[in-house]
Design a protein around this ligand. Structure first.
Ligand code: HEC
Length: 86
């Protein structure tokens, strides 16, 4: 996905689901969206949240955490974002 497309998606997501941006104890949706754009397109094309079901995103994101050297918080944020965007 091109950077501009990703930004459009995020603007759209925030427009449609502002209630997701509430800070949570676990993953944070808006930080996750940001971390997803910054990290998940580094090695391959950024993967669309709709590509996998929630239960499949969990092991994939934990696998990619190790590949990409993400922090635990980034991992939880990205997982939250992916699971709420599909
Ligand atoms: C450091 C490089 C790197 C980063 C960063 C990275 N990936 Fe990957 N990704 C890979 C490689 C290499 C593969 C090939 C499969 C493997 O490693 O098992 C892959 C495969 C995948 C797949 C395919 C898995 C499947 O079963 O089809 C998905 C989905 C994926 N990555 C999502 C993500 C997401 C989401 C992020 C951000 C959290 C991310 N990747 C960050 C390197 C990376």
């Amino acid at each position: 996905m091109k950077k501009s497309t990703a930004s459009t998606f995020i603007v759209l997501a925030f427009g449609l689901f502002p209630w997701f941006s509430v800070q949570g104890a676990e993953g944070d949706f808006s930080r996750g969206a940001q971390a997803w754009v910054e990290n998940c397109g580094r090695c391959h094309n950024v993967r669309d949240p709709r590509e996998f079901r929630d239960d499949l995103w969990r092991p994939i994101v934990y696998h990619m955490r190790i590949r990409g050297g993400l922090t635990g918080q980034e991992t939880r944020d990205i997982l939250k974002f992916l699971q709420e965007s599909n």
